[in-house]
Design a protein around this ligand. Structure first.
Ligand code: SAH
Length: 260
């Protein structure tokens, strides 16, 4: 992270390694308006997952001076690919409290994002205009963020939601609520990346099968709860390796037990 704001040296445009990920966006105008929303808040990393119509003239028109953000936008086929290297992924959802994830309000979310950005890239993820994020996509997130809008009419326009969350990130940056990078702190251990966590979850699923944990029940509910538990606890890369070691031994023992 290149930003260290101090009272003596206020940075007018602090930056953070944060990417705004728009998933399956249907209207190109929203992509342009999101680019503009980011740039006004001093953010520049736009990532698109399977956009329906991009590049597009409508997006450029709505970017209105933020075409550079559009031009530098990266496009991925899946959300998992788009956030594989991220240390913290927040999924934004128009429907509060309906997801099986810890939920933050925007202010708290911004603080979390900046604190985790010490270890590497972090992501704010936005869903489709019509249907939001699918459950499988929300499950890739460490936590959710909900803008506490009118409960009877809580769905903001996509680019408006980007604007609100980008504003909170900027306010947190300007307020200097940043955990300083700890380059020479031996105690500090880097958080696991999204890809490391997904590798762990795959092995956890296999191990639960190997030890017949589900006993004929549908594994989905248990896996969702376990994912939530581990995602909530901010595992470091080292801790993920330790847990995978435990799983490997359990798998080895289960295999031995199955031998005739
Ligand atoms: N009809 C969809 C809403 C989509 S709005 C649904 O019911 O889920 C498009 C995207 O904007 C959402 O997926 C979410 O990422 C963001 N968004 C809209 N309103 C929001 C709110 N109140 N809080 C957080 N994100 C919101």
């Amino acid at each position: 992270m290149s930003c260290m704001q101090t009272p003596e040296n206020p940075d007018p445009n602090p930056v953070v390694d944060l990417r705004c990920v728009l998933v399956g966006t249907q209207h190109p105008g929203n992509i342009g308006a999101a680019a503009r929303a980011l740039k006004t808040m001093g953010l520049s990393k736009l990532v698109l997952v399977a956009p329906e119509d991009f590049p597009s003239e409508e997006a450029r028109r709505r970017a209105a001076g933020a075409e550079d953000v559009l031009e530098n936008a990266q496009v991925f086929a899946t959300l998992a690919d788009a956030v594989a290297d991220c240390r913290y992924v927040l999924g934004s959802t128009a429907r509060g409290r309906r997801v099986q994830l810890q939920e933050h309000d925007p202010r708290d979310a911004a603080r979390q994002l900046l604190a985790r950005a010490v270890d590497g890239p972090v992501a704010l993820v936005f869903g489709r205009e019509r249907t939001g994020l699918f459950n499988e996509e929300l499950q890739l997130c460490h936590a959710a963020v909900h803008i506490p809008a009118n409960p009877d009419y809580s769905s903001l326009n996509l680019a408006a939601a980007v604007q609100v969350l980008a504003y909170e990130v900027r306010m947190a940056l300007l307020a200097g609520r940043i955990v300083p990078p700890v380059a020479n702190d031996d105690e500090h251990e880097a958080m696991a990346s999204q890809a490391q966590l997904e590798g762990f979850f795959v092995q956890l699923g296999e191990t639960l099968d190997d030890i017949d944990f589900h006993k004929g029940r549908n594994p989905d509910s248990a896996m969702r709860k376990l994912r939530r538990l581990f995602l909530r606890n901010s595992l470091t890369g080292k801790e993920v390796r330790l847990l995978r070691g435990v799983l490997s031994d359990a798998q080895r023992m289960a295999k031995l037990a199955r031998m005739p």
